[in-house]
Write a protein that binds this ligand. Structure first.
Ligand code: SAH
Length: 245
């Protein structure tokens, strides 16, 4: 008989942002497969488990998805309690649903445990409210990176009037800027770029749509980082300045 696989969101980095449910599942796990964006500090909740690193960072040595699938299946079929730990939320640009589908097609049940996604945490850590009455009626989470290299409809996003939170955008700043400008977004639209959100080494760079590529270069912005594009970035900026005054 097979055991269940937990697909657990480990949050953006700060280990205190783990859910109680994630902590409980980790406590039951016998095997933990951990992505490299996950803060290893969360492993304090599973000292009993065998831990296997299965990172897949862009440009780095990577673990093929197929191998990860088979590893989960192998341990689940041995009847082991498997926990798959992913950064942020498993279903926000995290392939959580793909892994759950694949396991289901092999007769293995999964339970997904939400995590706090990096975009939400990054904005909050910098004092940016992603929605704000009278300023931003919505928020759109997008990834700048696609497997088939297809382009997003940035023009449509520019007209959406929502705050844009862009994941995996560090290498695509020029493309994002050009698309949004072509869609009619103002060059002085405020932008916040937040690196290593919620970790002690968090850094933030405030800029504008027109200048973000150059400001990011001067700042040496590195992945993992999220971009927040919208009026709310400036609202927070003013508030932060008021707080430090
Ligand atoms: N499932 C994750 C996202 C994985 S995609 C989540 O819900 O957060 C990887 C991208 O997430 C990175 O390229 C970066 O854009 C973003 N990211 C993840 N952790 C981050 C962090 N601590 N700070 C800033 N961005 C982060």
């Amino acid at each position: 008989m097979s055991a269940k696989v937990w697909l657990i969101g480990a949050g953006p980095g700060d280990p205190e942002l783990l859910t109680l449910k994630a902590v409980r599942a980790l406590g039951e796990a016998e095997v933990v497969l951990i992505d490299d964006l996950v803060n290893p500090a969360v492993l304090e909740h599973c000292p009993q488990a065998r831990v296997i690193g299965v990172g897949k960072r862009g440009g780095c040595r990577s673990t093929p998805q197929d191998f990860i699938h088979r590893l989960m299946l192998r341990y689940a079929r041995q009847g082991k309690c498997v926990a798959r730990l992913k950064g942020g939320d498993p279903c926000i640009f995290g392939r959580g649903s793909e892994e759950a589908d694949w396991l289901a097609s092999h007769g293995i049940a999964t339970e997904i445990v939400n995590g706090i996604t990096a975009g939400l945490a990054g904005a909050t850590q910098c004092g940016i409210p992603l929605t704000l009455r009278g300023v931003a009626r919505g928020v759109t989470l997008v990834t700048a990176h696609t497997q088939d290299d297809s382009s997003l409809n940035w023009q449509a996003l520019a007209r959406s009037g929502t705050t844009l939170v862009v994941y995996m955008g560090v290498a695509k700043l020029a493309e994002i800027r050009d698309g949004l400008l072509a869609g009619g977004m103002r060059a002085d639209m405020p932008v916040a770029m937040i690196e290593n959100a919620s970790l002690p080494q968090q850094r933030e760079c405030r800029s504008s749509l027109g200048a973000m590529q150059w400001d990011a270069a001067a700042f040496s912005l590195r992945s993992p980082a999220i971009l927040v594009i919208g009026e709310v970035a400036a609202v927070a900026q003013a508030q932060l300045m008021a707080r430090t005054a």
